[in-house]
Unconditional design. Structure first.
Length: 73
């Protein structure tokens, strides 16, 4: 149990794949904006509903990763 005051409303996902590509748009042929290694936490922004999750890295890079490459969405 954790007191609500000790938590945040910000949601995160963790990369579970060995490496995941963060893409500019939710498509396999979209430009890659970053490569992220396993166990890195990314801020969850929204689910696209078609197998992609919009995320933001702490450095400010924003893009889409495949749902199968993350845990916590």
């Amino acid at each position: 149990w954790i007191e609500k005051s000790a938590t945040s409303a910000t949601r995160y996902v963790a990369i579970t794949a060995e490496q995941a590509d963060v893409r500019q748009t939710p498509a396999d042929n979209s430009a890659i904006v970053a490569h992220v290694m396993r166990d890195v936490a990314l801020e969850w922004l929204e689910s696209s509903g078609d197998g992609w999750v919009k995320v933001r890295h702490e450095d400010g890079v924003t893009g889409y990763v495949k749902v199968v490459d993350v845990w916590g969405n």
